[in-house]
Design a protein around this ligand. Structure first.
Ligand SMILES: Nc1ncnc2c1ncn2[C@@H]1O[C@H](COP(=O)(O)OP(=O)(O)OP(=O)(O)O)[C@@H](O)[C@H]1O
Ligand SMILES: Nc1ncnc2c1ncn2[C@@H]1O[C@H](COP(=O)(O)OP(=O)(O)OP(=O)(O)O)[C@@H](O)[C@H]1O
Ligand SMILES: [Mg+2]
Ligand SMILES: [Mg+2]
Lengths: 253, 253
C-alpha cells in the first residue's frame, strides 16, 4: 500500500484535479484506491459529485480517534475507487488540532485502523502550510507536488521542500518526494516552456515525464462532478492523466 | 482612507496579481497607497522585487504591538506606493496568534498607529480561512474578491461570504464587499463565459464592469518583479488593471 500526499502551498496549481484524475486512473487500471479530501474547500469531494455531511468523513477521523475509520469511507460509482469526503466544517478543527501535542499525527493514527485492501491512498491537501497538510505529510509515505508552469509556483517550491524535510526529520522519517508534476503547460507560450525547463533543471530526477497540458475540459469536468476520463475521454487533459497513471504504476514496481 | 482586503480562500484566482497591479494603478493615479502582504508565500513582496527580512515587516506587526508600525514600511521605487513586506516566517506565528484571545485583531491594532497619509491600503491574503485572512478582514473596511472564471472558484464564494458575515457580526461591523472581480477570463471559451454570467447573476450589484482577461504578460511580469504596467504597458492585462483602477476610484467618490 502506498500513501501519497498531493500537496503544494501555492494555490490553484492543480492539486485537486490531479488527485481526482490520478485516483480515477488508478481505479480504472484495477488498483484499489482511496481518496482522502483533507481540504476544507472539499473540492475533491464535489469534483466527484459526492455530497458530505458536515461532521462526518475526514472531520470525524480528525476529531477523535474514530475507532471505526471504515465507517467514514464512501464508495463512489467507480469500481475500485472509495473516498473519505472533505467538509467545510474542517475549519472548526484547525485551532483544536494545532493546540494538541500530537495534532499533526491524528490522520496517521486513524489510518492504522484501515482495512488492508487498498493499493493506493491519495490525500488532496489545501493550499497552506497549516495543520491539514502537516497531517497528510505525517501519514503519507510520499508526496506528489503539482507545479503550475508559472513564476510564483516556482518560488514556493523551496519552502515546500523545507517543510517536507522538517516533517521527515521529526514525525515521518520515511517521507520522500515521489514526483513533481508539471501542470497547466501551454507549449505555445515561451514563458511556460521556460518555467518547465527550470523545474526540470532543479529537480532532474523527480519530474514526471508526463506533463499535463492546459485544457479547458479539465476545468469543465469538475463542474460536472466527473473525472476528465468520464467527461471527455479523448481530451488532451484526460489522456495526459492516463499517461501519468501508467507512469506512477510503473514506478511502483 | 480606505482599507481593502483582497481575499478568496480558493487558491490561484489572481489575489496577488490584483493586489500588485491595483496598488500600482492607484499610485500612478496619484493616490497614496500602502500594500500589506499578509501571506506567508510573500508573493506580493517578490512580485514587486522587494526583499524582506524574516522577522521584520508584517511579522513584527503581528508579533507584538509594534509601536513603530512606520518602521516596518518600505518605500518602493514607485512614487506613492509603499509596502509592508510579507515573510515566510509568518508560518511560525499561526498557532501563536490563533491561541491568543484577540489574535484576529492584531493587525487592526497595529494599523491604528499608522501615519494618516494613505488614501488606500490593500492587504493581499493567503488562500485559507485561517488567522491571517481573519486579521485582514478584522482590519479592513471592505473586501475585493477575485473570482477565476472556473467552477471550483464559484463553489467557494458562499463559504467566503459566510466568513465575511461572521467577521461583520463579531469584530468588524463596518465590513462590506466592495466588489467582485472576474479574473483569467477567456472569451474564446464558452465555459469561461458561462461562469462569468453565473457570477453576475448571483451578485448583480457587486461585480466590477472591468473583467481581467487571461494574459500571459500578467504571469510574466511577476517573474520580473514588476507590475504589468511597467513590464508590458500595452498588454490586455495591464490595460484591464488600469480600467479597474479607474472604476475603484470612481466608486470611492
Ligand atoms: N491542466 C489544466 N488545464 C486547465 N485548467 C485546469 C487544469 N488543471 C486544473 N485546472 C483548473 O484550474 C483551477 C485550479 O485547479 P485545482 O482546483 O485543481 O488546483 P488546486 O491546486 O487544487 O487549488 P487549491 O490551491 O485552491 O486547492 C480549477 O478551476 C481547475 O478546474
Ligand atoms: N489574468 C491572468 N492571466 C494569466 N495569468 C494570470 C492572471 N492573473 C494571474 N495569473 C497567474 O496565475 C497564477 C495565480 O495568480 P496569483 O498568484 O495572483 O493568484 P493568487 O490567488 O494570489 O494565488 P494564491 O492563492 O496562491 O495566493 C500566477 O502564476 C499568476 O502570475
Ligand atoms: Mg484543491
Ligand atoms: Mg497570492
Amino acid at each position: 500500500m502506498s500513501i501519497i500526499a498531493i500537496t503544494n502551498q501555492k494555490g490553484g496549481v492543480g492539486k485537486t484535479t490531479t488527485a481526482i484524475n490520478l485516483a480515477y486512473g488508478l481505479a480504472l487500471a484495477g488498483k484499489k484506491c482511496l481518496l482522502i479530501d483533507i481540504d476544507p474547500q472539499a473540492n475533491a469531494t464535489s469534483g466527484l459529485n459526492i455530497s458530505s455531511d458536515h461532521y462526518k468523513g475526514i472531520y470525524s477521523l480528525l476529531y477523535s480517534n474514530a475507532s471505526f475509520v471504515s465507517e467514514e469511507i464512501i464508495q463512489t460509482t467507480t469500481e475500485n475507487l472509495d473516498i473519505i469526503p472533505g467538509t467545510t466544517a474542517l475549519v472548526e478543527l484547525e485551532s483544536y488540532l494545532s493546540s494538541r501535542p500530537e495534532g499533526q499525527l491524528q490522520l496517521k493514527k486513524s489510518l492504522v485502523l484501515l482495512p488492508p485492501k487498498y493499493d493506493f491512498i491519495l490525500i488532496d491537501c489545501p493550499p497552506s502550510f497549516g495543520i491539514f497538510p502537516l497531517n497528510a505529510l505525517g501519514a503519507a509515505d510520499s508526496v506528489i507536488v503539482p507545479i503550475q508552469c508559472e513564476y510564483f509556483a516556482m518560488e514556493g517550491v523551496s519552502q515546500l521542500v523545507a517543510t517536507i524535510e522538517r516533517v521527515k526529520s521529526s514525525t515521518n522519517p520515511a517521507l520522500l518526494i515521489k514526483g513533481i508534476l508539471l501542470t497547466m503547460f501551454d507549449d505555445r507560450i515561451q514563458f511556460s516552456r521556460e518555467v518547465a525547463e527550470e523545474v526540470k533543471h532543479h529537480f532532474p530526477d523527480l519530474v514526471y515525464q508526463t506533463i499535463i497540458p492546459r485544457d479547458v475540459s479539465l476545468a469543465e469536468s469538475s463542474s460536472f462532478g466527473q473525472p476528465a476520463l468520464v467527461y471527455d475521454p479523448v481530451s488532451r487533459g484526460a489522456r495526459a492523466y492516463v499517461e501519468l497513471t501508467r507512469e506512477v504504476i510503473k514506478n511502483e514496481t
